[in-house]
Design a binder for this molecule. Structure first.
Ligand code: AP5
Length: 213
């Protein structure tokens, strides 16, 4: 069974956390443009102007992420589907994705939007820590890391940058949800509650869409 889906949501909504569970369950790769950009930065291959864009909480240019997605979704492990985490974020990115999939005779099954109120997002992002060795996402309050974790605090998870990222999300993504709603692909999920509770809601939506297809 194939499954091609998109996770949309503001910074700290839980896209990465939920993506890991869903990808394990459906045996599809998690394709996160944020992770790919951070990896390129760590390798020293990300152009300086893009490093600065990310550090300030802005979006990198559409062409840069579209190319990353084109190349990554072509790989063999994505043949039976994938979960796009944090892409597309703008209507031009969504249109480019449609074109790309059409050229391969593929289409999206569903776009999951995780809804979380702004007041929770700041706390979720600022107290996030990631284990450098495993990529596991922790939270100092809601999911405390084990004592032997090798923790990293993301450079863009400081309060002033998170605020900018939230503003950017609101401005740049405003047209994206109506775009997918019009296409009949949008499913809004309440992202408030325990991680397991939110997972159940997402799994329910995916099972429903696959049953109907
Ligand atoms: P990216 O890495 O995509 O960041 P983001 O979209 O801002 O999302 P986050 O990773 O911050 O949050 P998340 O929703 O994954 O939350 P998580 O699961 O970690 O992008 C970074 C930057 O790259 C962008 O600012 C931009 O510059 C650039 N970029 C990326 N894609 C781009 C694109 N397409 N176009 C242009 N530029 C792009 O959870 C957060 C915390 O909350 C964790 O600590 C977690 O443990 C906790 N948590 C999760 N769920 C729950 C829950 N249910 N209850 C309690 N705590 C929870």
């Amino acid at each position: 069974m194939t499954l091609r889906l998109v996770f949309v949501g503001p910074p700290g909504a839980g896209k990465g956390t939920q993506a890991k569970v869903i990808c394990q369950k459906w045996k599809i790769p998690q394709i996160s443009t944020g992770d790919m950009l951070r990896e390129a930065k760590a390798n020293g291959t990300l152009p300086q102007e893009l490093v600065q864009k990310m550090a300030s909480g802005g979006l990198v240019p559409d062409e840069a992420v579209i190319e990353l997605i084109r190349a990554r979704t072509e790989k063999e492990d994505a043949a039976n589907g994938f979960l796009l985490d944090g892409f597309p974020r703008t209507v031009p990115q969504a249109e480019a994705l449609n074109k790309l999939l059409e050229s391969r005779g593929q289409k999206l099954d569903i776009v999951v939007a995780l809804d979380v109120p702004k007041e929770l997002l700041m706390e979720r992002a600022c107290l996030r820590r990631t284990d450098k060795r495993t990529g596991q996402i922790y939270h100092l309050k809601y999911k405390p890391p084990p004592p032997d974790a090798d923790l990293e605090h993301r450079a863009d998870d400081h309060e002033d940058v998170v605020r900018n990222r939230l503003d950017t999300y609101e401005k740049m993504t405003a047209d994206l949800l109506p775009f997918y709603e019009k296409a009949g692909l949008l499913k809004r999920i309440d992202g408030v509650g325990d991680v397991e509770e939110v997972t159940k809601r997402v799994v329910g939506a995916l099972e429903q869409v696959k049953r109907l297809s």
